[in-house]
Design a protein around this ligand. Structure first.
Ligand SMILES: Nc1ncnc2c1ncn2[C@@H]1O[C@H](COP(=O)(O)OP(=O)(O)OP(=O)(O)O)[C@@H](O)[C@H]1O
Ligand SMILES: [Zn+2]
Length: 729
């Protein structure tokens, strides 16, 4: 049997940092598609700290002992789980001070089955069914005998009535209730055409929305798949890089700074700060060490872990991604929330108007006509549909926009802050100089030494060094101890018992106390040539320098010009590189300012200060050290090809290595804002007109329904087709 790992020791650190699991809805209570794995759960027997349930699984959901024990074992306070599927018995041991049998039962009921497709597809299909049914009724009922028309209309409107009743009990009077009331009055008055048209148009609208929602979900899911295709594992005592697909349960997987953890498992050794935002939405990293559970698709921000793989490949990824997408889609924009709130407030208004008209005129026809027109369905639907259409459009332009909220904020941005390496410059650096100072090492040795360490990391500099070593024709790997990565400084390890460091001058000189004074001349010469320098210190001595060049992106100037054209007031550069390089580039690109020599925390501090001062900032970065900054600005934009951390911390991720996409994203966001504002205006004026005319008795219910629903659909279609949104250039 498997023990829930959190049960081994209820260490203080562990219990204060509950890690989420698949279907961890029980903990967050927020996943929109939570629930439904266990349809029946009966408490059979309980004593302090132990409870036995009889359970029943939803048909089609996983029934195996392993899945059940694993998922239930993830719940807060659970120490140990034993499931016995043949007799449907589930024994759970828990920490009584943290939970009890009833709370646990609630949490178990709220679990969703791992790896099942989200409910959106069912929703879409059933809505299509309803739309087809009501459409058929609409067309057929003209030919029906009069006495058959009533039951047909009632039949077609049943789903609507059901939804309205459910709403009425759960949330009070909503637009669904108004719609049902209007349809009901029309049926009561024998106006079946009006009833059928309304039912059909509402059903069609519902289907369209579900369909676009599913499509944009699918796209996001596809785009968010973790990128790691090669994984370091420890086999027979040595670390080897293997295909992600070849990782097996029981493997010892190594995950280091800047990479996504490729498996679900338990930490065997090492220590790291892991960002579990993909799972929990919480972007403050948590410390993970021996005995802790870690989850695939979460990110190692700093440190290094040896992990015993318990779930690998699709098995772990599928569920994770579904969860993540659910979370990000649940993140509603302010506009969307405001529209929904406004819609709610307008419902009683329409109802009041209908009541007043009814009292004044005692004319059922007028009441039904007034009830046909309300603002809320258009208000409620048009905004999210426009956002999703824009997100889908963005996806086709190789821009992944994480949420409606991100898109909305991007439209308001007035300041852009760029990171340098890999963002304004191409992510590809070239090692041009390898200069050895010690006679014991040749220039080739120097490159090979540095590459032996750098091959373990993802950073443009690391990549350049590894490429340079490959380019030597006979790369040689120096056996070294585990590599330590110091963010924004460099890498360190030990070879033959002596410490080796490769990194910035600050790192080597100030942190490691290795003097560079003896080689000041060479350093100055290379810097004068505009080279980015890497210092190699070994055994406390500077043994050499690697000089690299980087190139501005071809379209950097053009993109910045476009951004200014979109109304961006300020364009800045924040870089970890030296001021000399930064100044030259800033002058070349005519930036409004720059800050150089920054550590990641300093980038965030600067951004926070600017946000506090009222700037609306988008930060564009690519590296793993950019993750904090990406979440520090209103909108974080991650370049393609950057570290996983950047991609997952970002609100907008570019899927092509093209800086121009930043301007495209901004153009799209602004166009979306215009589209939504236009829709607002249309909805308000059209429906006010309809309401007024209906109240004055100028519109029959059929006409009101056609006008209202027709215009609502037209507005939805306008949103859906993204009218006015820029197409992929
Ligand atoms: N993998 C690495 N190997 C060696 N040195 C590194 C490595 N990563 C970073 N450094 C050193 O730390 C410095 C700062 O790194 P950081 O990633 O913060 O900025 P950057 O890549 O130079 O520029 P930017 O901030 O514009 O992306 C680098 O200029 C380099 O000297
Ligand atoms: Zn190595």
């Amino acid at each position: 049997m498997r023990f829930a790992p959190s049960g081994r020791d209820q260490g203080a650190g562990l219990s204060s940092a509950p890690w989420s699991c698949v279907g961890g809805a029980a903990e967050t209570g927020e996943s929109p598609r939570a629930g439904g794995w266990f349809t029946g759960l009966e408490t059979l027997h309980r004593v302090s700290g132990r409870v036995r349930y009889r359970y029943r699984c939803r048909p089609g959901a996983p029934q195996d002992r392993h899945s059940i024990e694993r998922e239930v074992g993830c719940l807060a306070g659970v120490r140990r789980v034993r499931a016995n599927p043949p007799i449907r018995s589930l024994v759970v041991e828990f920490a009584p001070q943290r939970t009890d049998a009833d709370a646990l039962a609630g949490a178990i009921r709220a679990l969703s089955p791992p790896g099942l497709p989200p409910a959106a597809e069912h929703d879409e299909n059933s809505r299509l069914g309803v739309a087809v049914l009501s459409g058929a009724v609409l067309f057929a009922s003209r030919g029906l005998e009069r006495p058959l028309q009533a039951p047909a209309a009632v039949c077609a409107s049943l789903p609507l009535l059901g939804e309205a009743l459910a709403d009425l009990f759960a949330r009070g009077i909503t637009s669904h209730v108004l719609e049902a009331l209007a349809v009901g009055i029309s049926i009561g008055r024998g106006d079946f055409l009006a009833a059928n048209i309304t039912t059909f148009l509402l059903a069609l609208g519902g289907y369209l929305e579900a369909s676009i929602e599913r499509r944009s979900d699918d796209m996001l899911k596809h785009l968010l798949r973790p990128s790691a295709d090669r994984v370091w594992v420890e086999r027979h005592g040595a670390e080897t890089l293997i295909d992600a697909a070849a990782v097996r349960v029981g493997d010892r997987v190594i995950a280091a700074t800047g990479t996504t953890i490729p498996v679900d498992g338990t930490v065997l050794g090492g220590e790291a700060l892991v960002n579990e935002a993909t799972m929990t939405g919480e972007s403050v990293p948590v410390r993970r060490r021996r005995g802790d559970r870690v989850l695939s698709a979460t990110l190692v921000e700093e440190g290094r872990l040896r992990i015993h793989a318990e779930r690998v490949g699709q098995q772990s990824a599928a569920a994770r991604i579904a969860d993540f997408v659910g979370q990000s889609l649940a993140l509603k924009s302010r506009t969307q929330l405001e529209a929904a709130r406004l819609a709610d407030r307008l419902v009683p208004l329409v109802l009041g108007l209908a009541g007043t008209v009814g009292l004044l005129t005692v004319d059922g026809q007028r009441v039904a006509a007034v009830l046909q027109a309300d603002y809320s369905c258009a208000l409620r639907l048009a905004t999210p549909v426009a956002f999703k259409a824009a997100m889908a459009r963005a996806g086709r332009s190789a821009i992944l926009i994480r949420s409606a909220k991100a898109l909305e904020e991007l439209a308001w941005v007035d300041t852009l802050v760029f990171d340098k390496t890999g963002t304004l410059t191409t992510g590809v650096l070239q090692v041009t100089d390898a200069i050895a100072f010690s006679p014991a090492y040749s220039a080739e040795d120097l490159t090979n030494l540095a590459a032996s360490l750098e091959e373990h990391y993802v950073h443009p500099i690391a990549r350049a060094v590894v490429e340079a070593a490959r380019g030597l024709g006979h790369p040689r790997h120096f056996a070294h101890r585990a590599v330590q990565f110091v963010v924004a400084h460099g890498v360190a390890s030990a070879i033959g018992g002596r410490r080796i460091v490769v990194g910035s001058r600050h790192f080597v000189e100030e942190d490691e106390g290795i003097s560079t004074a003896a080689h000041a001349g060479t350093i100055e010469r290379l810097r004068g040539e505009g080279k980015t320098l890497l210092y190699v210190g070994f055994g406390g001595e500077l043994i050499g320098l690697l000089g690299m060049t980087e190139r501005l992106r071809d379209n950097a100037a053009e993109t910045l010009a476009r951004l200014r054209g979109f109304g961006i007031r300020r364009i800045l550069m924040f870089t970890g590189d030296q001021p000399e390089r930064a100044r030259a580039l800033a002058a070349e690109l005519d930036l409004d300012g720059f800050h150089a020599g920054l550590l990641p925390e300093q980038k965030v501090e600067l951004l926070r200060g600017m946000v506090a001062a009222g700037d609306r900032i988008a930060f564009v970065g690519d590296g793993m050290n950019d993750a904090p900054a990406l979440s520090g600005a209103q909108v974080g934009i991650a370049m393609h090809g950057g570290a996983d951390t950047a991609r997952l911390a970002a609100d907008v991720a570019l899927l092509e290595d093209d800086l121009g996409r930043v301007a495209d994203a901004l153009a799209l966001a602004q166009a979306t804002r215009r589209l939504i504002e236009g829709n607002f205006w249309l909805i308000a004026s059209l429906n006010t007109g309809i309401l007024g005319a209906a109240g004055l008795g100028l519109l029959a219910p059929v006409a009101a329904s056609l006008l209202h629903n027709g215009s609502t659909l037209a507005i939805l279609l306008r949103a859906l087709t993204g009218a006015g949104l820029p197409r992929r250039p």
